[in-house]
Design a protein around this ligand. Structure first.
Ligand code: ATP
Length: 245
């Protein structure tokens, strides 16, 4: 297994948020984590990224225990965290530049600017871009990072529905090229169904994984998504805490 989380728990101010959270993600697998607002999805990503420490449990990458910040993870938190004093090109190539591969990082990034709707903004500064464009730039920076596991927290949250769908389509086609193991946090049931090989539903209080939906064999398309009424209904009722079927 690429990533294995075992029996993780965390509390804030004596209130348990996550308890008995165990999950596994295989090499190259795309897993969506969905759950009601405030249940602890970002907290789980923060623990994996080394920003927070779990009170109980541990996690492993390639069967090696990970503690603190590790180079295995590229994390895209909800806030875009672009550096305001750097241009967009400098921001998206930040990791490449840190690893002294500036030229290669720039060539790779420039190829993707049009796909990300950022062409012409290579030398602009973050404050000159819309919120959606900044989010796309932050996503490009994460995707270009050499880490082997992407942690994406609502990467398309601030985008309008058309741009969001375009980015989802792009991500679906890019998955093979990216070759990254991915854990995506989303509120959007359709986004989870469309993008993920597997959906994990986080629920209860304190929260744990209450359901897993396997979509490995499915050939995804927007038409397929439109036919997923029953699946969508089941996930929706789980998110409302109506059943743990
Ligand atoms: N550093 C912190 N100190 C205290 N409480 C925190 C901290 N971080 C998160 N919390 C609380 O823990 C709970 C889970 O927060 P978290 O952001 O992980 O939820 P979430 O499922 O990602 O929510 P959303 O879907 O709204 O982004 C919330 O009640 C939040 O207020």
């Amino acid at each position: 297994m690429k990533l294995r989380v075992e029996d993780m728990a965390i509390a804030f101010e004596n209130k348990k948020i996550l308890e008995h959270v165990s999950l596994q993600v295989a090499e190259g697998e795309f897993v969506a984590l969905i759950g009601p607002s405030g249940c602890g999805k970002s907290t789980l990503l923060n623990i994996l990224a080394g920003v927070l420490q779990a009170a109980e449990g541990c996690f492993y990458v390639d069967d090696e225990k990970v503690e603190g910040i590790s180079s295995h993870f590229a994390y895209m938190p909800q806030s875009d965290l672009l550096l305001p004093w750097h241009t967009i090109l400098e921001n998206v190539t930040l990791y490449g530049r840190l690893h002294h591969a500036k030229k290669q990082a720039q060539q790779q990034a420039l190829k993707e600017f049009a796909t990300f709707g950022l062409a012409g903004y290579e030398h602009a500064y973050p404050k000159e871009l819309s919120g959606g464009m900044r989010q796309r730039a932050a996503f490009l920076r994460t995707a270009l990072c050499s880490a082997d596991i992407l942690l994406l927290d609502e990467p398309f949250g601030a985008l309008d529905v058309i741009t969001r769908n375009d980015m989802q389509d792009w991500l679906l086609t890019m998955r093979k090229e990216l070759q990254k193991t991915t854990l995506l946090v989303t509120h959007d049931i359709d986004e989870a169904l469309y993008l993920a090989d597997r959906i994990l539903i986080l629920g209860g209080s304190p929260a744990s994984i209450v359901k897993e939906i396997n979509l490995h064999e499915v050939v995804k398309s927007r038409d397929w998504l439109f036919t997923q009424g029953e699946q969508r209904k089941e996930i929706y009722s789980l998110l409302r805490g109506e059943s743990h079927a």
